[in-house]
Ligand binder design. Structure first.
Ligand SMILES: [Zn+2]
Length: 140
């Protein structure tokens, strides 16, 4: 079942776009890699070291069940946000990046209210409007 915005806010403390993007990116990866939640997946998150970008990592943990405690999610340096998802069982990997249109939307946030509104809007957006996948498996 999908993580609700309420559950996400309860875990993370506030609602923001990066938190929601983490949830969506994790959901998409589980689907595309046919992973079971919690154990099948290894995640490397690049370029999300500081807040608010690092909020992405909490969203990813919520939706995938990969956690710091289990050691299957890791934070690394990078010039832009990039998330690598690896299915341990099938040895398959996908790489996810933000689309330029999404990056522009995130840049336009000025206030706390903008941030909450965008978070809510993103939650209802189709994955393919937000993320680029390598390999591109949207059409398969
Ligand atoms: Zn946050």
């Amino acid at each position: 079942m999908r993580i609700t915005l309420k559950e996400a806010e309860k875990f993370h403390g506030h609602l923001g776009p990066y938190l929601v993007l983490g949830i969506l990116a994790g959901e998409l990866a589980l689907k595309k890699l046919r992973c079971r939640k919690y154990f099948d997946l290894e995640i490397k998150v690049f370029g999300a070291n500081k807040k608010p970008k690092s909020c992405l990592i909490d969203g990813l943990q919520l939706s995938t069940g990969a956690t710091y405690g289990k050691g299957n999610i890791e934070k690394l340096n990078g010039p832009v946000i990039k998330v690598e998802f690896y299915n341990r069982t099938y040895r398959k990997k996908i790489i996810l990046k933000f689309k330029q249109s999404l990056i522009e939307k995130l840049k336009r946030i000025k206030t706390h209210r903008d941030s909450e509104l965008l978070a809510k809007r993103l939650y209802k957006t189709e994955y393919n409007e937000l993320f680029n996948l390598t390999p591109n498996t949207y059409n398969s």
